[in-house]
Write a protein that binds this ligand. Structure first.
Ligand code: HEM
Length: 442
């Protein structure tokens, strides 16, 4: 194909279908925090919830990995091509930066957060985030402290001898783990901080006509108070030792850590647990590996690569970040063609991760996919390139430690939603509906 023909423009009809059947449901499900009502409804009634069939059809029709369309009124380029994806992610955020809708919505609860920063501000905040989160190392410098918190919180939950595990248990568990890892001790009754954040996130789902939240001042007053008196071992305690300046805006970075560690990590970890117990062979392999340890240390958790692969797979199969969207700040060449500044670029994780025409294992739970490398630009649930998730290693550690603990002792079986593992895995798996039952040990 001539490079000039690489970008093709979608017809009005296809653009209309894309917006009506995929973009509107995507917004209604909740961009910053999931709406239980809309996500359950769409998972139930939507025939192609991840746009897999739709994208396969338009790719075949236009014979290209670059399709120009509109996302509402914004000219947008859908990039399916591996080299194109890599180019965009390797040049974020300097050419490919945060789009207006994300900036507007996120500024409501975390203005100045790294993920909506650009240029020199981004460099400053990235340096700070990497230093506190120990982004380059798999075992965080404070991993011992974090691990003890995780063990204590899970023990508290399991001691209650509860027969069933549902979303609400994981939601509560991860809120407590989050508060303690970020700030240190958190009283059992502590819910005000997380409730304020959740309310702001729910408001921000609206994106438009957002006035200042009535929770904003109180929330940040509480964050600042905690940052002035941090508990040793917590992430807050590292903040004063990390490189920062007047543009860093530490309190807004902390809010993003809460945002990502609570709902997002809880969802992915619960889905991974459900997948493991629904796949007997995977479960046995994980349990055999776990049985080698009397007590696990943080480095043991990191060495459990297969278990880590299980968590990666839950994220790949049902990516909590369904799409990465970037706004082009300057003209650039994509797919051999000059694309003008102001164009939005869309990397549709929900489609690319389940593209069975290019990925033979697309619809299978395949933890071994991650045994050789954890960097694959086809799969961007934790993003890749310069703006890769700064909390990737920490998230994999916390999620891995939680999974290890749930799989060491009790046994669970998945009651709902049913997963038929001999068939391709469904394109939606709603965490709000997950129910696991504790079964006696053999
Ligand atoms: C399973 C859990 C998580 C998932 C799936 C996830 C996913 C992502 C994704 C997809 C991005 C890129 C977003 C974009 O460019 O549009 C991102 C960025 C980021 N994540 Fe995570 N994340 C997780 C957990 C965490 C945790 C626990 C932290 C911190 C404690 C964290 C900190 C960050 C930061 C600071 C960025 C912005 C990076 C930048 O713009 O340079 N994430 N994450």
């Amino acid at each position: 194909m001539c490079p000039m023909e690489k970008i093709r423009t979608a017809s009005f009809n296809d653009t209309f279908k894309f917006n009506l059947f995929h973009i509107i449901p995507y917004f209604l499900r909740g961009i910053f925090t999931r709406s239980r009502f809309w996500s359950v409804l769409f998972d139930f009634i939507h025939p192609d919830p991840m746009a897999v069939k739709f994208c396969q059809i338009i790719r075949a029709k236009y014979q290209t990995g670059y399709i120009s369309t509109y996302l509402f009124k914004n000219r947008s380029l859908l990039v399916f091509d591996y080299d194109g994806i890599k180019h965009v992610l390797d040049n974020s955020p300097f050419i490919y930066a945060d789009p207006d809708l994300k900036r507007m919505g996120m500024s409501h609860f975390q203005p100045n957060a790294l993920t909506i920063s650009r240029g020199e501000e981004w460099k400053d905040r990235r340096r700070f985030n990497e230093s506190v989160l120990d982004s380059d190392t798999q075992v965080h410098g404070n991993a011992d402290f974090f691990h003890k918190i995780i063990l204590a919180e899970i023990k508290g939950l399991l001691n209650q001898e509860r027969r069933y595990l549902v979303w609400e248990d994981f939601d509560r568990l991860f809120k407590r783990i989050t508060l303690r890892i970020i700030f240190g001790e958190a009283p059992q009754t502590e819910t005000e901080l997380t409730e304020r954040l959740e309310r702001m996130m729910r408001e921000s789902n609206r994106v438009f006509l957002l006035g200042k939240s009535k929770d904003f001042n109180e929330f940040y007053r509480a964050i600042r108070a905690r940052l002035t008196n941090p508990e040793p071992g917590s992430l807050s305690a590292r903040c004063s030792h990390a490189p920062s300046s007047s543009v860093t805006r530490v309190e807004n970075q902390v809010t993003h850590w809460m945002f990502a560690m609570m709902e997002t990590l809880a969802t992915n970890t619960l889905r991974a647990l459900a997948l493991i117990v629904a796949h007997p062979r995977v479960q046995e392999r994980v349990r055999i590996q776990l049985a080698r340890y009397v007590a696990l240390s943080p480095s043991d958790i990191i060495s459990l690569k297969y278990l880590r692969g299980c968590l990666q797979e839950a994220m790949r199969l049902w990516p909590t970040t369904a799409m990465l969207v970037r706004l082009m700040l300057t003209d650039d060449q994509i797919g051999g063609v000059k694309v003008p500044a102001g164009t939005q670029v869309i990397i549709l994780n929900s489609f690319l991760h389940r593209d069975s025409e290019n990925q033979p294992l697309a619809d299978r739970f395949s933890p071994e996919l991650w045994s050789d490398t954890e960097t694959n630009y086809h799969f961007n649930h934790l993003s890749n390139g310069t703006q890769i998730c700064a909390g990737k290693n920490l998230a994999l550690f916390i999620g891995g430690a939680v999974l290890a603990e749930f799989l060491r002792e009790p046994r669970y079986r998945l009651i709902r939603p049913m997963l038929n593992v001999s068939k391709p895995l469904p394109h939606a798996f709603n965490e709000f509906l997950i129910k696991l039952e504790r079964v006696p040990m053999y």
